[in-house]
Write a protein that binds this ligand. Structure first.
Ligand code: GLU
Length: 462
């Protein structure tokens, strides 16, 4: 069974690049009935915050990528890590190192002066003497001193490191006993039964260290997929300005999670030139072995386009549900389906859909000044009032067609054109001169509210 995980460090919000990694991991596990786990990497108690962990979970919930089992918090697993540190010490695979920080500085300075890579020199690897009493020791793992560490990466192919270039006996536990990143990642992946690790290729250099830990503890090494970064359109690291935002900022900007996930799957993976993928298609078609080897470019226009495609095509019930998150509850509104179908092609994002829908569902609280100046000149309000009387005389009207017929005969009998009525009606109904087909809007607003809104404008004026 394939078991994948997403393992964010809660030092900030959930970033769009992280979400892509999560999506890939989710799809790869779920397509074969495997498990997708979530682990919060919060061992660095100084840098991590509980709020950030909560924010990540919230963002995760919003995307709909559900994880299996309960969330693993590394901060609650210190006892487990301690046990493995002790095991490696007992087996002679790790050792206490008493190098003081000034000794370390001195060593690194020397190496820098010789233009060498700064690394620990193994001075306590075989130490047998009496340890200095003024230094609290760290624990270092015995890493191979020469040779190669290599693995087959699912994205990059064979990756080989000369251990001389990348390794030293690195610290696995600080002097205060707290374990270090590469140590705990390997332990957790092994204990959680993770079979495939999909992560950003900024972690590629951690992999040889983690492999040292797997080997020392006798754990199976998972398969790795290191995914190239998302760059901005100029080929530079993605910054906040380019869209490297908190995933929840996309929600604020009116993006649907469906659109974000669809956008992300295409950043680094493709299936012919298909752009729109339902979740079922993603599950069916995605394979991490097909992830692009080169970095992908963030494209804000594309994201926006995908979002509009989803607004156009999603089931009405889903859009009603999402609109609730934008503080518009259409669940008690009997014409919700007609309303959404009328507006969905015109909305660039959920904020626009919400604004347009609210303006139809709710009576206007104010009238757009420019529209008033332009369209309520002369006898416009009298014409509008007369039209309202005409409507009242007809009894209950529900169909757009009927509103249209009444308007046409009203206009014909007075020698007027639709433009004399359409914009004033719009102002009365939605507060501005912008709306979809005015008769469709009237039918959705409903007879009673139409009369009331026109009365409001005619009686109270502007
Ligand atoms: N916690 C790491 C991060 O947030 C990810 C570790 C991993 O995926 O192995 O970048």
């Amino acid at each position: 069974m394939i078991v994948t995980r997403f393992a964010p460090s809660p030092t900030g919000y959930l970033h769009i690049g992280g979400l892509r990694t999560a999506l890939y991991s989710y799809l790869w596990a779920k397509k074969s009935g495997g498990k997708f786990l979530l682990r919060i990497e919060d061992t660095d108690l100084k840098r991590n915050s509980k709020e950030a962990a909560i924010a990540i979970e919230e963002a995760f919930k919003w995307t709909g990528l559900s994880h299996d089992e309960t969330i693993t918090y590394q901060s609650s697993r210190f006892d487990i890590y301690k046990k493995y540190v002790q095991q490696l010490l007992d087996e002679g695979k790790a050792y206490y190192c008493y190098m003081s920080s000034s000794e370390k500085d001195e060593l690194y300075e020397k190496q820098k002066a010789n233009k060498e890579r700064t690394k620990y020199d193994g001075r306590y690897r075989n130490f047998k003497g009496i340890p200095p009493s003024n230094v609290e020791p760290v624990v270092r793992i015995k890493a191979p001193l020469e040779g190669e560490i290599s693995f087959i990466d699912g994205v990059k192919g064979e990756v080989a490191f000369d251990v001389k270039d990348v390794l030293d006996d690195f610290v696995i536990a600080r002097a205060d006993g707290t374990p270090l990143y590469n140590f705990v990642v390997a332990i957790d992946d092994a204990l959680m039964g993770v079979t495939e690790v999909i992560r950003g290729d900024d972690h590629l250099s951690n992999t040889p260290k983690q492999m040292v830990v797997y080997k020392a503890l006798g754990f199976d090494i998972p398969k790795f997929y290191h995914v190239p970064m998302i760059l901005n359109p100029n080929g530079k690291k993605l910054s906040k300005r380019d869209g490297a935002m908190d995933v929840m900022d996309y929600k604020k900007d009116g993006y649907l999670p469906e659109a974000i996930l669809n956008f992300l799957i295409r950043l680094g993976w493709s299936h012919g030139d298909q752009e729109i993928f339902s979740m079922n298609e993603m599950l069916e078609l995605f394979n991490p072995n097909d992830i692009n080897k080169s970095a992908s470019a963030y494209n804000a226009e594309k994201l926006s386009w995908i979002n509009t495609q989803y607004i156009k095509s999603l089931h009405v019930d889903r859009l009603v549900e999402v609109l609730k998150e934008y503080d518009l509850d259409l669940s008690g509104f009997d014409k919700a389906e007609e309303l959404i179908n009328l507006l969905r092609d015109r909305a660039k994002n959920m904020n626009e859909l919400k604004d347009m829908a609210s303006s139809i569902v709710n009576e206007p609280t104010q009238y757009n000044q420019k529209a008033v100046e332009k369209f309520l000149k002369g006898d416009a309000l009298e014409i509008l009032a007369a039209f309202n009387d005409e409507l009242k005389s007809k009894g209950d009207i529900t169909l757009a067609e009927d509103f249209k017929d009444i308007a046409n005969s009203f206009l014909d009998s007075r020698g007027l054109k639709l433009k004399h009525l359409a914009q004033p009606i719009r102002i009365a109904i939605v507060g501005s001169a912008v709306s979809p087909s005015v008769f469709d809007v009237l039918s959705i607003v409903g007879f009673k509210s139409v009369l009331k809104r026109i009365d409001n404008l005619c009686k109270t004026g502007v």
